[in-house]
Write a protein that binds this ligand. Sequence first.
Ligand code: 5GP
Length: 204
Amino acid sequence: MNGNLYIVTAPSGGGKGTLIKQVLPQIENLSYSVSYTTRKKRVGEIHGNDYFFVEESEFRDLIKKDEFLEYAKVHSNFYGTSKTQVEKELISGNDILLEIDVQGAEEIKHKLPEAIGIFILPPSYEILSQRLVERGTETDDSLKIRLNNAKQEVKRFSEFDFIVVNDELDKAVNDLRSIFLAERLKRDRQTDQIQDILNSFENY
Ligand code: 5GP
């Protein structure tokens, strides 16, 4: 496979969605992996764009058909990454970004150790909690579950290659963008071009 696989993980409400939406159009040949979920659709979300929203029975069928590269139960719903989609993008040379939780990140790193892990940290617990409340998408119960899980999730930052602190949005967008750009400057990602340049030196 040619493309790079990026995992982006953050505690719920950390603003990673906004961050990713801003960065994606700025990076050429970077696709977004649209996950399957059994979670109910939020206002404004689009099937096939944000997620493929499915019933639990359909999700279980997909598990049986081995359609997931990874899947996990997160905050009481199922979420899974489409193996077909990821393979298609990587084979065609595109990079792909997976926005998944810590369990999924662990699974992917195990299967594909070359995957690049990025953890988005909120500036503090207070700010995370405030953002999640202000987003207005969660019930009281779901809010409690998500904030409780966040306490465990942030402890796992050390499993990731890069950390972006999502304090000021413009800076965080720039930081995240820099990771994709720097990865593409790595020697191994430029071998063809380098070879062409070196060949040109052979003529003299
Ligand atoms: P939300 O319900 O807020 O959209 O997402 C809840 C959590 O599920 C987030 O941490 C998100 O990154 C994670 N998530 C979304 N898609 C997937 C997936 O395909 N696999 C896993 N493991 N987690 C996912």
